[in-house]
Write a protein that binds this ligand. Sequence first.
Ligand code: ATP
Ligand code: MG
Ligand code: FE
Length: 347
Amino acid sequence: PLVLGIETSCDETGVGIVRGTTLLADAVATSVEEHGRFGGVVPEIASRAHLEAMVPTVQRALDQAGIKASDLDGIAVTAGPGLAGALLVGVSAAKAYAYALDKPLYGVNHLASHICVDQLEHGRLPEPTMALLVSGGHSSLLLTSDITSDVRSLGSTIDDAAGEAFDKVARVLGLGFPGGPVIDRYAAEGDPAAIRFPRGLSGPRDPAYDFSFSGLKTAVARWIEARRRAGEEVPVRDVAASFQEAVTDVLTRKAVRACLDQGVEHLMIGGGVAANSRLRAMAQERCERAGIELRVPRMKLCTDNGAMVAALGSEMVWRNRRPSAFDLSADSSLPVTETHVPAAPVS
Ligand code: ATP
Ligand code: MG
Ligand code: FE
């Protein structure tokens, strides 16, 4: 199926076009720089930016793909979770395009899209697949046997998301926003064994599949504070590397353990933090040792984009899932188990 996907859950206006599991276009406009000086995404600014970027980004995607809008088999859009106002811009646009072009509309889950995007890289997801979803707002271990209808959560963070921890630690190090990519860069020149930061929820009595990053974040902040108070220089690269090591150690250990416990042979890692180079390397190493096939999409597909939404939309069409109704609304806290928002059945 030929599907166009629209993503506006946060600060990226993404429009992607796929045919089956083939990526045809991936156009992204971002308002990230406008949020930088506030140290985080400002919802009103994001919504306004989506509104301005929407039509040109759709046009850019159509041009890139070299297709006509009338050839599409469906329009998919992120219905949630995300920022309510931002989501609403995408949902309204998708409805308008679907209505004007007379195409089925699919309101899909942003988190399931972060997983499904891997199909554009490595072909269909094996069933079942374990997914480690690590992003700005979420950190979960999800088990899926059909990405259009069956996603189960085995565990998730009890406090901060992994990406949030990267962003907060970058802030205390004075590295700017978003923190993930900068920490990744600094860490590459630091010593990951320089400081032993705590691995949250890793004790024998702790829940096996849940995560906690808020203690780690506090430990890093305290360590830096102590250094500064003593009038000593903060070794930014070593702190970045040691913090990153603590995060990736816990994430990969729990993901591999979940696969082994559940007898699942395939692990995919998705969400913005999956762009982290140390996480990718460590996961590769540990999966190889455990006999697990690792699937991680290329970096550009890990962070928010429209192609991932189109990928899930295409899967919805292919599997004959019920489209959404035109009264589809955005749901800022759509649970991960709700892979899409189908129209209510007629009774
Ligand atoms: P969600 O998907 O949970 O709704 P989101 O859409 O804001 O949240 P994503 O765009 O998927 O999140 O990911 C953004 C997060 O990924 C940010 O916290 C950012 O710091 C982090 N990130 C991006 N690149 C890297 C990297 N190389 N290393 C670590 N973290 C990274
Ligand atoms: Mg973003
Ligand atoms: Fe995301």
